[in-house]
Write a protein that binds this ligand. Structure first.
Ligand code: ME8
Length: 536
């Protein structure tokens, strides 16, 4: 093996790059938090490999060009401004991205043109005529079957057509543009997805992809006349055409990993292929069909898991500016605290399968849950009474306590949960079952609270031996839960592990086993959570 092959492949996680045509909403935050949980998990599960984690903004295309025009701004200056909101959001949400990519960066521009030339050199790009129903606001062509005719009205003197799905006005448009031979990849894509049932998760979206692939794929139009779209990357050697914004955008996953590479081996050492790409269900086709076809065309390996999540709604309705029900993520973070919001997003949105509804009541309910299970468990250990009673006792090892715990006792139940927790969480996280992993940790913490309520170690009627035993078991529960909660609620988990005096080098999954690290100590009364003080 060459020296390069001995270098571990970095773990690579991505989010979509967001359109900075308006400020971020809670759905954007959801995608970055989910990706962050997997990135942080990878760091504690595979401390020996680096983790690359990309997020960013998708700055070309008509949508941006128009939003800038509406503000009377130069598109780049406009993007500089709005893109900043997404960067700030990532900072405020404690997102551990190693890169923030913008498609207006020079290196990305070079990567897009390189990719185009590669496809062209392989004979996969040709000039063709494209016609169809075009909706400017959707930047998308529709077929006859996808439009609805509406009768003339006072505003519109003639009959007109709209997209049935988006209700946007469409016009019959004919133009010359370049096409990518997507149809040539139909069979190889079907084969790929059949061979890799985990390539798209959850399985409902995997089935959706295979079902789309069961009808013939048409070649994809990949350029727009410059007269209509000037804000983008020009087609190499034919600047009268601009590269279609989705080709440009999807290439960001490559350019963020340093593409073009001199060899696929170099690509690997930069993280390629992505281990997890997080997307919303709205952009499945682009990521599960167009992008894999581009990668197959380039001879590059495909993404391991495309994690597709459903959407957040508000009062069961789609969030939209016109309804005025868009949840501002910055405000939520400021009002409730970053870890409470992350917890809620993961707990409720972490199953990915169905749309979920955002509400203050639910957010507050979940915030109480984490405060009572996690925050208070530590607080109860700081009680003066408990501290006095265990102070002078010789501490027994947790493994001895576990061995001696009576069959069927709460203590035994707790310690058996704690001892399985690390491997269970690991198994679930590897299977992308994020909310299930979190549920396991919470269940174990609840058992800890139950043990305390049963044994009441702060009462003088409880023997000192029991008190010490319970105390040790709870500290071990907290140490292990603290390690495992790091991906989800990083700053509270860190605060807890610091308070327990857990060494920085002993915070990876390898230490999350019963007796797998020194029992913590209680160093004082930190408050893990401040309850959100007011409802607005
Ligand atoms: O589509 N609930 O950008 P975008 C959950 N630039 N997630 C949501 C959501 C909701 N209600 N609404 C949006 C684009 N999202 C392209 C992507 S990638 C090469 C280019 C999230 O700003 C979800 O991840 O419209 C969705 O896929 C993404 O935001 C769309 O963001």
């Amino acid at each position: 093996t060459s020296a390069a092959q001995q270098v571990r492949k970095p773990y690579y996680v991505t989010t979509p790059i967001f359109y900075p045509n308006s400020v971020p909403h809670i759905g954007h935050l959801h995608s970055v938090v989910v990706a962050d949980i997997f990135a942080r998990y990878a760091r504690i599960a595979r401390p020996e490999s680096p983790v690359y984690f990309m997020t960013g903004t998708d700055e070309h295309g008509l949508k941006i060009q128009k939003a800038a025009q509406a503000r009377g701004m130069d598109p780049l200056a406009f993007c500089d401004e709005i893109s900043q909101h997404f960067r700030v959001l990532a900072e405020k949400a404690n997102i551990s991205n190693t890169r923030f990519s913008r498609t207006t960066e020079q290196a990305h521009h070079v990567a897009v043109q390189h990719l185009w030339r590669q496809l062209d050199a392989k004979g996969l790009i040709y000039k063709g005529k494209h016609e169809g129903w075009y909706a400017v606001s959707d930047e998308c062509f529709y077929t006859d079957k996808e439009v609805t005719k509406l009768p003339a009205s006072a505003d519109t003197p003639e009959d007109y057509y709209i997209s049935t799905e988006t209700r946007s006005r469409v016009e019959w448009t004919e133009e010359e543009n370049y096409k990518f031979r997507l149809s040539a990849f139909q069979d190889s894509l079907i084969e790929h997805f059949k061979q890799h049932p985990d390539a798209v998760y959850p399985s409902q979206y995997h089935s959706e992809v295979l079902s789309t692939l069961s009808s013939p794929l048409e070649d994809l139009s990949v350029s727009r006349p410059r007269s209509r779209l000037s804000w983008g990357v020009p087609v190499p050697e034919d600047p009268e055409h601009t590269i279609y914004v989705w080709i440009d955008a999807l290439t960001v996953y490559l350019s963020a990993a340093g593409y073009p590479w001199s060899s696929t081996e170099v690509g690997r050492t930069r993280g390629w292929p992505p281990n997890i790409q997080v997307i919303g269900k709205d952009i499945l086709r682009f990521h599960a069909i167009y992008f894999p076809a581009m990668l197959q065309a380039l001879g590059l390996p495909l993404t391991t898991h495309l994690l597709t999540h459903s959407h957040w709604t508000v009062e069961q309705r789609k969030m939209s500016k016109s309804i005025g029900n868009v949840v501002d993520p910055i405000q939520a973070l400021e009002e409730y605290g970053v870890d409470v919001v992350r917890y809620y997003l993961a707990k409720v949105g972490g199953r990915f399968k169905d749309d979920v509804d955002w509400s203050r009541e639910q957010l507050e309910k979940h915030s109480r849950e984490i405060i009572s299970s996690f925050g208070n468990l530590y607080m109860r250990m700081t009680s003066k009474k408990i501290q006095e009673r265990v102070g002078s006792e010789e501490k027994e090892s947790i493994l001895d306590i576990a061995r001696r715990a009576p069959e069927g006792s709460i203590l035994q139940d707790l310690l058996s949960s704690v001892s399985n927790l690390g491997s269970l969480v690991q198994k679930q996280m590897e299977g992308l079952l994020l909310a299930d992993a979190l549920d396991e940790i919470m269940r174990t913490l609840q058992k800890g609270n139950q043990l305390l309520s049963e044994t009441k170690p702060w009462m003088s009627s409880t023997s000192t031996a029991t008190t010490t035993e319970v105390y040790t078991a709870i500290l071990e529960t907290l140490r292990i839960s603290g390690i495992l909660l790091q991906p989800f609620i990083p700053s509270k988990a860190q605060q807890l592990l610091d308070a327990l005096g857990v060494d920085e080098k002993q915070r990876s999954i390898a230490f999350a086993s019963l007796g797998g690290g020194p029992i913590g100590t209680v160093t004082g009364g930190i408050r893990l959570f401040e309850m959100a003080s007011s409802k607005k």
